[in-house]
Design a protein around this ligand. Structure first.
Ligand SMILES: [Zn+2]
Length: 346
């Protein structure tokens, strides 16, 4: 049976006279890939040319560098807002070290910040099972609560900027949880394309993607319970992207404690791999579709972030992403998959 999903690649070469080789002609390979769901393009070039930069985490503890942190010590309860009792009884939600509060600078109608830990600086290997499980559990519970109180808001998502290269304004670990009518262009584009795919093929794209990637074996990492982990055909981050799909979980109410466990287990494996690769920062998101649809399952994405160097602190995003809206990656998804599979020994 022909595949319902096509993976298209335009292989290109750039030829120049190379000063490093006495101005002999040199060829560089470049790929442009088409996202199999949305059709959007993504570049792959300079493969292997950029490595993540080590961050001096100790430095962030230095009082001179640290400055004011509203998530530390007593400020955590004194300097953060509360929800109205009608939404969240006693104004805040907590589990273990995790404390979920409204964002003092909200991005949307429902905009919560989840302060994940008591510690201000938490290296990746200190995100133990309990810390991650408590954080995700309290965030998911918040989104479920909001949905039951205000079902008119259709979309729910978690977003996480970890450490300064990711754009995170505070070093202290925190996630953000949103209930929104406007979950962003990436979400909308994928939601619309998933609906079209479902109407054409009577099967949801994401389940089909898992089947296809399992058969091909190039980007399929593995399965943890009901969660499926793979590297994306196009990477939104310069150092590659890992995707986790929860087939059959089409909206927030269907996301169970077991799904949280699966997400945490996979994430800890990724963190182990990141530590090996000197990756100290990332952006991550967990998207939930609206109710009453069967084509847009919950999925989690994580992309490493880094400064290009710590001399000038150049960020790893530039005009390609900011203006051309074109992802560029220096890591081939197939290589990333092969590498991380070694850590994914389940
Ligand atoms: Zn802090």
């Amino acid at each position: 049976m022909p595949s319902k999903i096509s993976f298209e690649i335009d292989y290109m070469k750039s030829v120049f006279l190379d000063p490093r080789k006495g101005f002999e002609p040199t060829e560089e390979n470049i790929q442009v890939r088409y996202d199999p769901l949305t059709g959007k393009t993504g570049h792959f070039s300079h493969v292997g040319a950029i490595n993540a930069q080590k961050l001096d985490l100790e430095k962030y503890q230095d009082p001179l560098v640290k400055g004011y942190c509203p998530f530390c010590g007593e400020l955590k309860t004194q300097a953060t807002p509360k929800f109205a009792d009608e939404l969240i009884l006693k104004g805040r939600m907590m589990q273990g070290e995790s404390l979920l509060v409204p964002n003092l600078f909200p991005y949307d109608t429902y905009s919560a910040v989840n302060i994940m830990t008591d510690d201000h600086v938490v290296p990746l290997d200190e995100f133990n099972n309990k810390r991650l499980t408590d954080s995700f559990s309290v965030g998911i519970e918040f989104l479920k609560r909001v949905k039951s109180e205000d079902p008119s808001i259709p979309f729910h998502l978690m977003a996480w900027n970890y450490m300064p290269p990711s754009g995170g304004g505070l070093v202290h670990p925190h996630q953000q949880y949103f209930a929104t009518k406007y979950p962003g262009n990436q979400f909308f584009n994928e939601l619309k394309a998933s609906k079209t795919f479902f109407e054409q093929h009577q099967v949801d794209y994401w389940s089909e993607l898992i089947r296809e990637e399992q058969n091909r074996g190039e980007r399929y990492i593995g399965k943890l319970g009901d969660s499926y982990w793979l590297t994306s055909f196009i990477s939104l981050g310069i150092l590659g992207e890992i995707l986790c799909i929860f087939p059959g979980v089409f909206y927030i109410e269907q996301f169970t404690g077991q799904n949280v466990d699966e997400l945490v287990s996979g994430l800890r494996i990724i963190f182990e791999y990141y530590l090996k690769k000197n990756i100290y920062s990332f952006n991550a998101s967990l998207f939930f579709g609206p109710g009453e649809q069967g084509y847009f399952p919950a999925h989690f994405r994580i992309v490493p972030r880094t400064f290009l160097n710590t001399r000038d602190y150049a960020p790893d995003l530039n005009f390609f992403q900011a203006i051309m809206q074109e992802p560029v990656s220096v890591v081939m998804p197939e290589d990333l998959c092969r590498e991380i599979k070694e850590n994914f020994r389940v």
